[in-house]
Design a protein around this ligand. Sequence first.
Ligand code: UD2
Ligand code: MN
Length: 584
Amino acid sequence: HLEQGVAEVKLAINETKSIKSESKDILPFKANSHQEPNKEQKEPLKPTADLRMGNLATAVRKSGVHKVLSLDVTHAPRDPNAVGQFGRGVILPSSEDGEVRKRWDEGHFNVYLSDQIPVDRAIPDTRPEVCSQAVVHDDLPSTSVIFCFVDEVWSTLLRSVHSVLNRSPPHLLKEIILVDDFSTKDYLKEPLDKYMSQFPKVRIVRLKERQGLIRARLAGAAVAKGEVLTFLDSHVECNVGWLEPLLERIYLDRRKVPCPVIEVINDKDMSYMLIDNFQRGIFKWPLVFGWNALSEDYIRKHNMTVSDPIRCPVMAGGLFSIDKNYFYELGTYDSGLDVWGGENMEISFKIWMCGGEIEIIPCSRVGHIFRGQNPYSFPKDRQKTVERNLARVAEVWLDEYKDLFYGHGYHHLLDRSVIDIGNLTEQIELRQKLKCKNFKWYLENVYPELDAPLVKAEGLVFNQGLRKCLTMFKGSLSFETCDLNKQSQHFSYTWMRHIRQGDLCIAPQPNVNSLSLVSCDGAKPELRWFHRSSKSTVVDHFIAEFVSHHTCLEAESRDDSLRLSPCDSNNSFQKWQFTHYYVQ
Ligand code: UD2
Ligand code: MN
């Protein structure tokens, strides 16, 4: 295989017209202060050194570049008329609806149809036109491709493997590692061993108990021999020329973590669908991954073309390449993350904050079947598993911004008697050891578009009935004429829904209908007040949720004190307003 690969490279070199690398970097974000200049381009190896060693072939390869290898054998498939060939969608006769439905849950997509489509079908080359003319270096690092899976459908697993075997330059594909995360299906045992034994590059690693995708990927990485690790989901189809553009980025800078464009294999008709250009991976609170189109302005401002790498605040998670040594330097994944979810946030924050970069490479495209549901069972409750993973990520990486995570519907996670997120010492030490930047730096430099106010509202707290402001004096609360200069009148309404000044929070005393000041603690639901913090609503109640949904904070006009009262929308003594609201 290796011989063949080298021969192909040489062939490509002869064909190459332009020998100048066209690889161009973009700076969609503010210049990275953490990155030393001139580290972008690897020192070109001096050909003389190799010549002295009498190794002409290496010298030629190391100094040169070649046009991306297309390896388009799959454009002339064995059976052009086969079902789903060329990535075509298939509409089955309605008489087969029953069959489709019967097998749907095996993978949460059209398994019945998938089984009829060739495992090495051709798909349309969806790359932007310039990609087939792009050049890459001849001495790219080799990669191990790691697929971890649990109970994957036979035909999609095979199609994933064949797409890698058929469309990767053999000399760059060190091996394919299949990590079986303790699947229960019999066909994934001996039959899979037998099938894969035809391909010397494919190795199967069997886990002795269910580990979840995070630890399964780590098990694959631990035995990998390639210089680069390429992780893929087990229901994908790699497109023509997918691999070299990824490896090229790592060649240019080993701290780059390139991801292919993830295209869509339709879950119903199995068609291979092209996706829009200029999409990047982002997240919204509470750490929910999503896609976001770069704005026209942004594209114009940075002179971006359709084939330029796109920097991403976070990656989707499933498909990426990373220099193996760099992956270990970064401490891999937090191995305390369970089963599924959140690991893409963890690795993304780690990469950016500790000196790396995440990019989507438009010339590299891989189709993926997006499923409506996980087709496998979770050892514990699915939602709790994901929440726990995210809480670990928030605790290690978000600094003071973790309140935004908890404050968007995850308040309950702060009560550690309800949810045990496990030990974080190792992760926190790792962050210190790597001297990673803080989350504020990440927000300012990598993801400035994210709305991330540290509190929901702050300033003076004006009571509409009294027409005075809340004041804290010597540990007790009263009202005074509003005065922005008085620190005693400054409060904030936090993501924990606290009404807070310094470390003190206003707490309802349900039995006596009065208020007290206690030290703030996000885990205590009794300190939370519901207030429709909004730029548009001028005034609103403070509802003492823990007491009841109908109990409100009220100013007492007789002695300028505070009390709890049944909520009344006409009572202006229950209407409050902060000077600044930061949240819609
Ligand atoms: C996305 C990612 C996925 C992962 C996940 C969040 C893409 C295309 N996919 O969800 O890679 O980052 O978000 O965690 O970006 N698996 C195991 N053991 C398990 C569970 C899953 O081996 O316990 C395998 C599974 O067979 C599959 C891979 O892990 O090959 C990813 O799982 P998925 O396809 O259910 O995740 P997906 O695409 O919904
Ligand atoms: Mn998937």
